[in-house]
Every structure is written in structure tokens, then in C-alpha cells.
Design a protein around this ligand. Structure first.
Ligand code: NDP
Length: 289
């Protein structure tokens, strides 16, 4: 373990998106750099008023080691990258970019992070169907990773909104490229949603429903949808216990939140940038307990 001193050789990485000031990523990555003695720093840049194309070009010229993207830039970044990993191509969104000698390569570690946090609960991914609320950036990553990891059936649920066409594309991608059976349900069709959940052993909320400050809403307002065989997860981590998780716990379901997904997606990005394992146990103790 070394003290971190900024030198003339220190490499920069960052998080782009808006809002970003609340993010735990700078603490996580900077502490990992410090623990491993790597001469790198990680900062946050709010892109609300930025021209993303210019910003990315500037980062490239500054020879950053890489960067992360959060809402709303995970899809907006695609035209400005030189190449995509196979998984990021299927997902259609990027949360991690690596600068490989001037070529910006897009990856997506959100799904890896979710599946790793699921593994911590002892759940067997092959044991039953999954109901996934959402079809935005994070949901797409989870859907593809879950299918690649062997979830036998995936019920995607979204409103007929901005992400509906993406949800249809996801179902096609999964059907064509994996053994998982995927289908899509309109969130407004309450009977169909109830049937999908009844048929599942895992439920994940990957929408922003329930995220602060709108903490009193839930994607599953009908409590009779919960059953004791169901493991309920929410990828939201602010608040740590969403209305969805409170309702699920009250009806006897096991639950987990998005904190460890955040840790593990960061650890996967760290590995892409540095080739080294993030010391996750130290980071978990310091920032995630
Ligand atoms: P996106 O904007 O890409 O997607 C949001 C999704 O939520 C879309 O499917 C959207 O549907 C749906 N949605 C939003 N509001 C409503 C609503 N009122 N009713 C119904 N559906 C709604 O965001 P991300 O995928 O990047 O992030 C989603 C959530 O996941 C956020 O809360 C974020 O904080 C969290 N997250 C957590 C991570 C972790 O590591 N734990 C990592 C990444 C994200 P539509 O587009 O059709 O309107």
C-alpha cells in the first residue's frame, strides 16, 4: 500500500454522465489504485452542458486510460467509439471504455456486475425463469448477460415508451444468439405481468422506478404477485431498500439491492483498464458496508 502522489506520469480516467457528483466510483477506483500502487486517478465530469463528441475527442488526446459512462450517455457514446466488445455490441450500450493505443473500445460490465452479485446470494441461474423490469442501458446488459450465463427463460417487462423498440431488439438478439427463451410484456398488461412473475424464481427491477427522490413508487404495486419461491432484486442503490424490496420482504421473499452490482461492475471495469483484480474485499469493507 502506498500514498497516492500525483506525478507528471499520472494517467487520468473518469465518469461521464449527469448527474455524477453523487457517484461512489471515484472513491472505489482511487482507493483501488492507492492499494495497488498504480499511478492513476479517476474523476467525475458532468456532461449536462457538454458536447459529448468533443469531450471524447479531448479525452483521447489527453491519453486517458479509459472512462465510464452513466445515464444518459451509455447509448449516446456509441458513434464516438472505434470498436465494441462482442457483448457490448449485443447489448447496444457501453458503460466502460478502454483507450487501447488511441483506439477507444467500448465494453459493458453492468450485466457482469449484476450476475456476480446474484452469485453471492447462492441462487442457481439455471434453476428457473427470470422476470426483468426495464429495457434501458442497465436492463439490456443484464438481459444479455443473464441469457449468456444460462438463465433458461427471460420475461422482459417494459412500458410502451422510449425503450420498447430496444426491448424487441433484445428479445431477437437473445433468441438468435443464446439458448434462453425470451419474451416481452407490456407493463400496462397487469394480468400478463402477474403470470410472468408467477412463472419466475428471480425478479429484477432495472428501471429507475423507486430511485430517489421518487422512493414511494414500485414496478410491482400488486403485492399478491410476490410468492415465496421468488428472489427479488433491485439494481437501484439509492435508496438501499426501495419500496419494491420493502414490499417483497414484507411478503416473505428474499431480496438484494444494487450495491454489490455497483461494486462488481466497477471491479470488471478496473480489470479491463489495468489488467489487475480490484481488491474488492477492502473496497467492500470501506465503501459498501
Ligand atoms: P435508462 O434510462 O437507460 O433506462 C431506464 C428504464 O426505466 C427504461 O426501461 C425506462 O423505460 C424505465 N422507466 C423509467 N421510468 C419509468 C416509469 N416511470 N415507468 C415505467 N418505466 C420507467 O437507465 P439505466 O438503465 O442506465 O438505469 C436504470 C436504473 O438502474 C437507475 O435507477 C440506475 O441508477 C440503476 N443502475 C444501477 C447500477 C448498479 O450498479 N447498481 C448500474 C446502472 C444503473 P422507457 O425508456 O421505455 O421510458
Amino acid at each position: 500500500m502506498t500514498d497516492q502522489i500525483i506525478t507528471g506520469h499520472t494517467r487520468l480516467g473518469c465518469l461521464l454522465g449527469t448527474p455524477v457528483a453523487h457517484s461512489i466510483s471515484p472513491m472505489m477506483h482511487n482507493e483501488a489504485f492507492r492499494l495497488l500502487g498504480l499511478d492513476c486517478v479517476y474523476l467525475c465530469f458532468d456532461t449536462r452542458h457538454a458536447d459529448l463528441r468533443n469531450m471524447v475527442q479531448t479525452l483521447k488526446e489527453m491519453n486517458v486510460y479509459g472512462f465510464n459512462l452513466t445515464m444518459p450517455d451509455k447509448e449516446r457514446i456509441l458513434p464516438f467509439l472505434d470498436d465494441l466488445s462482442p457483448a457490448a455490441r449485443m447489448i447496444g450500450a457501453v458503460n466502460t471504455v478502454k483507450n487501447e493505443n488511441g483506439c477507444l473500445i467500448g465494453h459493458n460490465t453492468d450485466g457482469i456486475g449484476y450476475m456476480r452479485s446474484l452469485q453471492d446470494t447462492g441462487y442457481n441461474v439455471k434453476s428457473g425463469a427470470m422476470t426483468l423490469f426495464g429495457a434501458g442501458g442497465a436492463a439490456s446488459s443484464i438481459a444479455i448477460q443473464a441469457a449468456l450465463d444460462g438463465v433458461p427463460a427471460l420475461h422482459i417487462i417494459n412500458r410502451r415508451g422510449r425503450s420498447w423498440e430496444n426491448a424487441k431488439r433484445l428479445v431477437r438478439q437473445i433468441t438468435e444468439n443464446t439458448d434462453c427463451h425470451a419474451d416481452l410484456t407490456d407493463m400496462a398488461d397487469h394480468d400478463a405481468v402477474r403470470n410472468r412473475i408467477a412463472n419466475s424464481t428471480l425478479l429484477a427491477n432495472a428501471t429507475s422506478i423507486g430511485m430517489a427522490p421518487d422512493t414511494n413508487i414500485t414496478p410491482v404495486p400488486d403485492l399478491s404477485c410476490f410468492h415465496t419461491e421468488l428472489l427479488v432484486s433491485d439494481i437501484i442503490y439509492n435508496p438501499r431498500c426501495t419500496r419494491l424490496l420493502q414490499d417483497a420482504m414484507a411478503t416473505g421473499c428474499k431480496t438484494f439491492n444494487g450495491m454489490y452490482m455497483l461494486l462488481y461492475q466497477g471491479a470488471a471495469a478496473f480489470r479491463i483498464w489495468t489488467g489487475q483484480d480490484m481488491p474488492v474485499e477492502e473496497i467492500r469493507r470501506k465503501f459498501f458496508s
